[in-house]
Design a protein around this ligand. Structure first.
Ligand SMILES: [Zn+2]
Ligand SMILES: [Zn+2]
Length: 369
């Protein structure tokens, strides 16, 4: 096949405005370690929605292409391009990829934490009017830069699952790892009933929690959480009793051994502290906003709580997320998390729909008309 020199992409030029279908140039040569892929699936993540809404913004970020959970088929490779565990990537291979890291900053070398890389390159946080132009998911073709951690994907893991592994699923798995895992039989509260909260509910169940409680809204989402392993749910829209009191009642007055924030609302911090059990652990992973309600330090001291932050994930978490879907393919009806795929022209509608909680995870297949 001839290598394309440009690609159709859905470009965000203004927050809250429909994406514009534009033709973007593609790099004329594929650098060593890089690849050009045809995107077969792109799933939308909460961050894409926040950027579209303008909740997450900074000067000079637009125009850009959204989408950072994606899978593609390689149509051209640079010399010596390998995946993160050393396997050769050839034309026709099915790959997914994680953010690029530089490998030489303090975060990369001294901390040895790719998430702390000072030059971490999210495909979707790059302007679409400067080279290499098309690096994100809402594009027919994408350029996968040499520094991006790539993975050859196992056939058993569907495109939608592998895409979700690229951000949402790896973020949740890292949060559980940062928490030190789930003690068998323990009580776990998941704050949030979006894609991450529902996935975390399933992970807690699979990891051996004795009781999983999902806190969120609306009721339809909580019903999904039940199907993904929640023993009990707390509807935050039901103001009859405080969220904390409801969790305490559901845990015999003792609270939860592990509380994971995948909601990010301002009240999440004090509620997490309030519903944590003596010697419990609280993981903050959904709080991307600048502020939250004040938390009571004496409660952290008195309960001897462990507070942990967790930031997205790296290729290790990504690999484990892929393997998680492979290992537990039959455990839950994962496909229930995803909407029917649509083409780039419908991406704007799907983003607006996710913005009003109309669907859990939109799926874009840029090959569709
Ligand atoms: Zn770095
Ligand atoms: Zn994301």
């Amino acid at each position: 096949m001839t290598i394309p020199t440009s690609t159709r992409a859905a470009v965000l030029t203004e927050h809250r405005a429909p994406l514009l279908l534009q033709e973007l140039p593609l790099p004329a040569t594929i650098e060593p370690g890089a690849a050009l892929v045809r995107i077969t699936c792109s799933t939308l993540c909460g961050t894409d929605i926040e950027i579209w809404e303008g909740k997450m913004t900074f000067p000079g970020m637009l125009p850009m292409v959204l989408g950072h959970e994606m899978v593609g088929e390689v149509v051209a490779v640079g010399e010596g391009t390998r995946d993160a565990i050393g396997r050769e990537i050839t034309v026709g291979a099915r790959i997914g990829w994680s953010e690029s890291t530089c490998g030489e900053c303090f975060g990369c070398t001294v901390l040895r934490q790719p998430v702390a890389c000072s030059r971490r390159g999210y495909g979707f946080l790059q302007r679409s009017d400067v080279p290499p132009f098309a690096t994100a998911g809402l594009s027919e073709y994408a350029y996968v830069v040499p520094g991006a951690a790539k993975l050859l994907l196992p056939d058993e893991v569907k495109d939608t699952w592998a895409s979700m592994a690229g951000c949402a699923a790896k973020t949740v798995l890292r949060a559980f790892e940062r928490a030190g895992g789930v003690r068998p039989g323990s009580r776990v509260v998941v704050q949030g009933s979006g894609a991450l909260g529902i996935f975390a509910t399933a992970v807690a169940r699979i990891s051996g929690a004795g009781k999983v409680i999902t806190v969120g809204a609306p009721a339809e989402r909580l019903a999904v959480a039940r199907r993904f392993g929640a023993d009990a749910v707390v509807d935050i829209a039901d103001g009859s009793e405080s969220t904390v009191n409801q969790v305490l009642e559901l845990t015999g007055g003792e609270g939860a051994d592990l509380v994971i924030d995948l909601a990010g609302a301002p009240s999440v911090g004090p509620e997490a502290i309030g519903m944590a059990a003596q010697q419990g652990t609280v993981v903050i992973v959904g709080s991307t906003g600048p502020t939250g309600d004040p938390i009571t330090l004496s409660a952290i001291m008195g309960k001897e709580l462990t507070l942990v932050g967790s930031l997205n994930g790296d290729v290790s978490d990504y690999y484990r997320a892929i393997e998680f879907f492979r290992a537990f393919a039959d455990r839950f009806a994962w496909d229930e998390l995803f909407s029917e795929p649509c083409g780039l022209a419908e991406a704007s509608d799907r983003i607006a729909d996710m913005s009003t909680l109309g669907e859990i995870k939109a799926v874009i297949d840029p090959r569709l008309p």
